[in-house]
Write a protein that binds this ligand. Structure first.
Ligand code: AMP
Length: 113
């Protein structure tokens, strides 16, 4: 898998404001937020996209989801937020290192994407 901006952030080659970090993932603000709260949960393991995850990644994927909940609480948005994973170019993915968007801070209606 080619280096991406996220692998460089994880390696410390590009500075970032880490809101959370543990042995498996980091959480950083999205550089181009689409809502008042927009952060990214990024696994340290370089998985290109969700559909490349293997059965051996099951615990890691669960960990990312639990981290979403933890970080949402930390950011004070646990009442409501949207969780998005763009998978592949046709899914709107632009950085090919798996990441989970947490988007919050405005009222989202059923049917909004
Ligand atoms: P996606 O379109 O799902 O691949 O999302 C990639 C996201 O990464 C976009 O929302 C970008 O704004 C964000 N992004 C790109 N470069 C950086 C960076 N250096 N730091 C933080 N977020 C970034």
């Amino acid at each position: 898998m080619a280096d991406t901006v996220f692998s460089k952030i994880i390696a410390g080659e590009i500075p970032s404001n880490k809101l959370f970090e543990d042995e498996h993932c980091i959480v950083i603000p999205d550089i181009n937020p689409v809502a008042p709260v927009h952060v990214l949960v990024i696994p340290k393991k370089p998985i290109e996209k969700l559909s490349d995850a293997n059965p051996e990644d099951q615990a890691l994927l669960g960990h990312l989801m639990l981290t979403v909940g933890k970080v949402a609480e930390q950011l004070g948005v646990s009442n409501g937020y949207r969780v998005v994973i763009n998978n592949g170019e046709e899914g709107g993915q632009t950085v090919f290192h798996l990441h989970v968007h947490i988007i919050a801070g405005f009222a989202m209606k059923e049917g909004d994407m």
